[in-house]
Design a protein around this ligand. Structure first.
Ligand code: NAG
Ligand code: NAG
Ligand code: NAG
Length: 304
């Protein structure tokens, strides 16, 4: 057992620790040494553990390897402390800094990939790519882009390194005048699964993460009289726009229905409903008008 003399560790104690490490790592998985001297990862410590001079290296290793959140750790040689980090130096190269009394240790086995579990969300898709290097493939990951402490599942496109969100809001199968009354299983397994509620026929969508969204709104089609030459009504308008939305804001969506035949005469018919996309406090983002109802359509031209 080594002891510190007058508060400063001797060079010998540091060397001794690495040798232990070398022994352990090469014994367990044939890997090399993962320590980097006089460097530390700054700003990602989620837990600090006090240890003793002679055992700090082993204790830190044990602590990191038994905590699934631990991605790497710094050893504070002077104070015999372990700083467990929830990032690697690869994920945050800008925070990998010099420090004369510390050394950095990579977790060399069973490290949980960043963003793969809700307890270890990434701040961005880019961070996952940096952390996992060649291993990161486009797919679903846990993100907490605003560092709110809540993880959400998002699709990361590892080419653009941006989250990808793609969802289609429908009339939820409802043609009732009052609109749909519940989501049912219409959005199950899709990107907006769990983010939408219904109130008075209007869908309330909680924006999952801050960013630019492209919204395409299409109005409901009008209907047609039963003897119409062409069996079609007018098309709903289609509008597209890009909007910056903020995580947790509520977007209200009313999806227009198609028109209906008249209740008395089957030769008359109604127009389609408009589709409205509105920011929480009734600031319109996009409103796409519904198509007209047509009693007798004789010609129809292809749309855009
Ligand atoms: C990661 O560590 C930082 C402190 O460095 C902390 O603020 C954050 O909450 C931690 N994240 C998780 C998911 O534990
Ligand atoms: C619909 O219009 C066409 C041509 O304009 C006409 O020949 C036909 O009789 C009309 N049908 C009805 C049901 O009004
Ligand atoms: C959204 O915000 C980004 C960054 O501030 C900006 O570059 C972009 O033009 C904005 N997009 C829209 C549609 O306002």
């Amino acid at each position: 057992m080594l002891r510190m003399v007058s508060g400063k560790p001797s060079l010998f104690s540091v060397l001794f620790m690495t040798q232990i490490f070398h022994g352990i790592t090469s014994h367990q998985c044939g890997a090399g040494i993962y320590s980097i001297f006089q460097k530390m990862l700054r700003g990602h410590t989620y837990m600090t553990i006090e240890s003793q001079a002679g055992t700090v290296a082993l204790e830190c290793r044990e602590a990191c390897h038994t905590d699934f959140r631990c991605q790497s750790y710094n050893i504070d040689v002077l104070n015999s402390k372990c700083e467990l980090n929830n990032r690697t130096k690869e994920a945050r190269p800008e925070d990998f800094v010099k420090h004369k009394d510390r050394y950095y240790m990579a977790r060399n086995s069973k490290r949980v990939p960043l963003g793969s579990i809700p307890e270890l969300p990434a701040y961005s898709c880019r961070e996952i790519k940096a952390s996992e290097g060649g291993q990161a493939v486009s797919g679903t990951y846990w993100l907490d882009s605003t560092r709110s402490g809540n993880s959400i599942l998002a699709h990361c496109d590892m080419k653009t390194e941006e989250p990808e969100f793609k969802a289609v809001f429908t009339n939820l199968g409802s043609t009732a005048a009052g609109g749909p009354s519940s989501i049912g299983s219409h959005y199950t397994g899709q990107d907006h699964d769990g983010q939408v509620t219904v109130s008075s026929g209007i869908q309330l969508w909680t924006v999952p993460y801050t960013g630019e969204y492209r919204i395409e709104a299409i109005g409901g089609a009008g209907w047609y009289g039963e003897n119409s030459v062409v069996q079609n009504g007018g098309r709903g308008a289609k509008l597209t726009g890009n909007f910056n939305l903020t995580k947790d804001e509520i977007i209200r969506i009313l999806v227009g229905h198609k028109g209906k035949r008249g209740p008395n005469s089957k030769t008359t018919t109604g127009g389609g409903g408009g589709t409205f996309v509105v920011r929480g406090t009734n600031t319109p983002l996009i409103i796409a008008g519904g198509g007209g109802g047509i009693k007798n359509m004789s010609e129809r031209h292809s749309g855009m």
